[in-house]
Design a binder for this molecule. Sequence first.
Ligand code: ZN
Length: 234
Amino acid sequence: MDIYKSLKEEAYEANIEIPRRNLAIYTWGNVSAFDPEKSVFAIKPSGVVYEKLCPDSMVIVDLDGRVVDSKLNPSSDTETHRVLYREFSGIRGITHTHSVYAVAWAQARLPVPVFGTTHADHGAEEIPCTPIMGKEAVQNNYELETGNLIVETFQKSNINPAEMCMVLVAGHGPFTWGKTAAQSVYHAAVLEEVCKMAHLTLSLKAQTESLPEHIIRKHWERKHGKNAYYGQKG
Ligand SMILES: [Zn+2]
């Protein structure tokens, strides 16, 4: 019996959601699903197109970076996922894509301001963008340092990864996470829409102000606050 069967299935289902949501073409994206009890995650194999994936092709990696179950090599971004699982406690899924609008903001090296309630429903502050990575870090261990860069960006600005589940890596693209692999893909899709809306907003009015704090708080709190009332009970 495969003890990783359900974790592989979770990762597989989340990975095939990437092309379904038009978040990446070819192999430009990957999702992982984390099992905190076993301390392993299942991740997309490297360089395999989405149509050729199956649950059994997911690669199981532990938090020390060892491949513990696989016939294939894991995604080249595995080290980034590993750093985030180690440093951001409570996250159970990570998605990386090259979706167009999110990449455009990452390439412009800009955080995404909170212009409207679509953004505020999913985060009460701007979506952070990391600084560009230095030469030494790139040459040292690029994918691991990408994870470190994300963690440092959150620590320096005192951002809580449980409340801001999205980041833009400067010059590269978005990483998102969530309480499940599926939720991390949902956040990747939300991020792409928010980036597109922000871009269109600025193209209409370059000096657009951020949404006032009282509206940001209202939208964030009604979905995520102590007395949240959005959606159905039960
Ligand atoms: Zn990438």
